[in-house]
Every structure is written in C-alpha cells, then in structure tokens.
Design a protein around this ligand. Structure first.
Ligand code: G6P
Ligand code: MG
Length: 221
C-alpha cells in the first residue's frame, strides 16, 4: 500500500515548463538558431547545465568553453527568474491542491523531488510549502534525473520505503529516475513520452483521486 506521494515540481505542480521553454528559446535565438517545442521535451527534468548542453547541440554548437557555458546558463536563468516573478498561487495546476488535500487527509505523506535550484523560490511564490512534508531540489542533489537520487532522498526524508512511494512526473528523465528508485510512477502530459510510467494522465483534474489510488495500488508491481 502507499504511504507517500512524491511530486516533480516543474510541469506537474506549476506550469513553469513553459517559462523554461521561453527562456531557452530566447537564448537559442540570440545564438542564431531556432529551438522547437519538441526539441525542448528532452530538456524537461534535466539539470540546467545538461539542458544547456542539449540546447547547444541542437544548434550545432559543440565547441563552447566552460566559462561561456556558465555565462549562457546564468543568462537563461535571469530571464527565467523574470518570468517566475509573475507567478501567483493561481498558477498551481488544476486539481493539484485538492488532490494534495485528499492525500494528506488520509495520512499519506507528500514530498517534492525537483531538479530545479529555483524550487524554493517557486514554492514560495505559489505558496504550496505547507502542503508538503519534505522537499528535495537541485540545491541538495549531486546526480540529476534520470539518476534516482532525488527520489530516494525524498523517500528517506519522508521515512517511507521506496516501494511504498508513488511519483508524479511530466518528463521522461523523471519517469526513468523514479523507476530506478523502485517507485511507481504516474506520468502527466504527453502519454507517448511517458510510455514507461505505470499510468499516464493528462491532468490531475481528469482524475478521480480515489480511483487513482486503488488503480495503481492494484497494479502489483
Ligand atoms: C526542472 C525542469 C528542467 C530544468 C531543471 C533545472 O527539472 O524540468 O527543465 O532545467 O529543473 O532547473 P533550474 O531552475 O535549476 O534551472
Ligand atoms: Mg517536470
């Protein structure tokens, strides 16, 4: 049975994925190449520097010094933070608040497992901190998703065995990381990209939470 629910942040709890895309696209534009939404998919869930490397590769720019990479990444992050400044509690994705409330009322622990170093800022802007028992983010992990580290740390903080956790993820790298952690995974968004998840949904709203819990509880993995 389930004792904890662990949520990715960007694209699951808050629609910051569109801000990441805007900022990366702007950087690509300055560097002189186009960057499509489908190319952006592979950046989801991936750390800032790895995302930059993927972006540069899309533009055919492979010979960029580490100093220049640092400068480009912080440039992107400044634009991204300008977009984050506009966040309000209304930007929490539909259905998330009531689903979290339901989990907590049943004594299920809740956690965040995010690759983002901006997670504390985002959590503060949309005021969801009180809904979570533990937060692990890009400031406290060494290995980025698809490494399972961020999920295992969250489970440890929650005091729950990985097999008793389920994870909500919108990115292929995150689904992979959660599977490697030995957890069950619900993919949110593009079903094709989340093919390896145990269950794929398009939004929390669409979901009858009680059905979800019994459905994945019966999956028997
Ligand atoms: C999340 C997002 C990624 C982002 C990463 C690092 O996982 O899905 O798109 O690159 O966090 O975010 P940061 O805010 O530290 O640049
Ligand atoms: Mg995400």
């Amino acid at each position: 049975p389930f004792e904890a629910a662990i949520f990715d942040l960007d694209g699951v709890i808050v629609d910051t994925a569109k801000f990441h895309y805007k900022a990366w696209k702007r950087l690509a534009g300055e560097l002189g190449f186009a960057f499509s939404e489908s190319e952006n998919e592979q950046l989801k869930g991936v750390s800032r520097m790895e995302s930059l490397d993927l972006l540069l590769r899309c533009g055919g720019l492979t010979d960029v010094s580490p100093e220049r990479r640092e400068a480009l990444a912080s440039r992107k992050n400044e634009w991204y933070k300008e977009l984050l400044a506009t966040l309000t509690p209304a930007d929490v994705l539909p259905g998330v608040g009531s689903f979290l409330g339901l989990l907590r009322s049943r004594g299920i622990k809740t956690g965040i497992a995010s690759a983002s170093q901006n997670a504390p800022l985002i959590i503060d802007k949309v005021n969801i901190g009180p809904l979570f028992d533990a937060v692990v983010d890009g400031n406290s992990i060494v290995r980025a998703k698809p490494d399972p580290e961020v999920f295992l740390q969250a489970a440890r903080l929650l005091g729950v065995a990985p097999a008793a956790c389920f994870v909500f993820e919108d990115a292929a790298a995150g689904v992979e990381g959660a599977l490697r952690a030995g957890m069950r995974v619900v993919g949110i968004g593009n079903g094709k990209l989340l093919a390896r998840s145990h269950l794929a949904i398009t939004s929390f709203e669409q979901l009858e939470p009680i059905f979800l819990m019994s459905h994945i509880g019966a999956a028997g993995h």
